[in-house]
Design a protein around this ligand. Structure first.
Ligand code: R5P
Length: 294
């Protein structure tokens, strides 16, 4: 038996998951006081079973305290176990101490979440220098892979796609999507110089001139990785490119910046609600949740 709670902004996803699972969404609210502190209220009993809090964790620093309080409210309302459905898992890119004095945030955030919740469902966490989520998360978890749905979308909408991964670590997503979509793929080499500055090396794409370039990445944050790739594709006089990403963070003006940079189309999944969401992962998330609870 499971019931869901939606943190603010997650109601559509929680309702879609509740419909997939045939379960209830408990009435809950989060109030933000003028001083910036949060108060949560769960208006129903949790009746002894599992409660899953649906809370995608883009812009996480604004969400952590209310999530932590809601987990307590669920336990106090009778939940036996309280889990987190966080389609976007934050802090995973801070997986290395690049300079003395820095800390490996991915590790500490994972330790903290593991101490507050009993299980976790997420979608394609950014695994790079940390190879497996189990290296840092000590609670039961399931990782949903978006690749089958990305491949399905590309096959249905793109004429002769050439999939392009903007950096070496994108091979894990691009390679799988390309195989499922029966499409060729190439990888670029990326050096990040600053938050909004990347250098990409693109091989000659002459032999793919009749293909439609499809940039595939796990995250669009500032958009600069994709913007730089679009610039290089245009230098090579390739067809207008489509940008496909799993997690639509789109920091500040990233979405319009990417449109202005010439993206023919921008498509994301619904792990973070955004107007570019055209690929739904509700069914895959519900399937993972069922497997975890079983
Ligand atoms: C990092 O390696 C990720 O896979 C993405 O390439 C990166 O997060 C994109 O960030 P931005 O949109 O800021 O270039």
């Amino acid at each position: 038996m499971i019931a869901l709670i939606a943190m603010p902004g997650n109601e559509p996803l929680a309702d879609a998951l509740a419909a997939e699972l045939g379960c209830e969404r408990l009435a809950a609210e989060v109030h933000r006081f003028p001083d910036g502190e949060s108060k949560v209220r769960l208006m129903q009993e949790a009746a002894g079973g599992d409660v899953g809090i649906v809370c995608t964790l883009d812009r996480p620093d604004d969400k952590f305290i209310a999530l932590f309080l809601m987990a307590h409210a669920a336990r106090e309302a009778g939940a036996h176990r309280v889990g987190l459905i966080a389609p976007y898992l934050p802090y995973m890119r801070q997986d290395h101490r690049f300079r003395t004095g820095e800390t490996i945030s991915a590790q500490h955030v994972a330790t903290w979440i593991s101490s507050q919740l009993d299980w976790l469902i997420t979608v394609d966490p950014h695994l790079h220098r940390i190879a497996q989520l189990s290296q840092i998360y000590t609670i039961a978890h399931r990782v949903v892979r978006a690749a089958p749905e990305l491949a399905r979308w590309i096959q249905a909408h793109i004429d002769r796609p050439l999939l392009i991964g903007p950096d070496q670590e994108s091979e894990q997503w691009v390679g799988e999507v390309a195989a499922l979509a029966s499409a060729p793929h190439v990888l670029l080499t990326k050096t990040r110089l600053a938050d909004r500055q990347v250098r990409l090396t693109l091989p000659s794409l002459d032999r793919w001139r009749e293909h439609t370039p499809v940039l595939v990445d796990d995250i669009i944050s500032t958009g600069h990785t994709m913007i730089e790739a679009l610039r290089q594709l245009s230098d090579q006089a390739m067809r207008p490119a489509v940008c496909v990403a799993i997690h639509a963070i789109f920091a500040q003006t990233a979405y319009t910046d990417l449109q202005n940079a010439g993206a023919h189309r921008i498509v994301t999944t619904n792990t973070i609600a955004h107007r570019s969401n055209d690929i739904r992962l509700d069914a895959l998330m519900a399937q993972s949740l069922r497997a975890l609870l079983a």
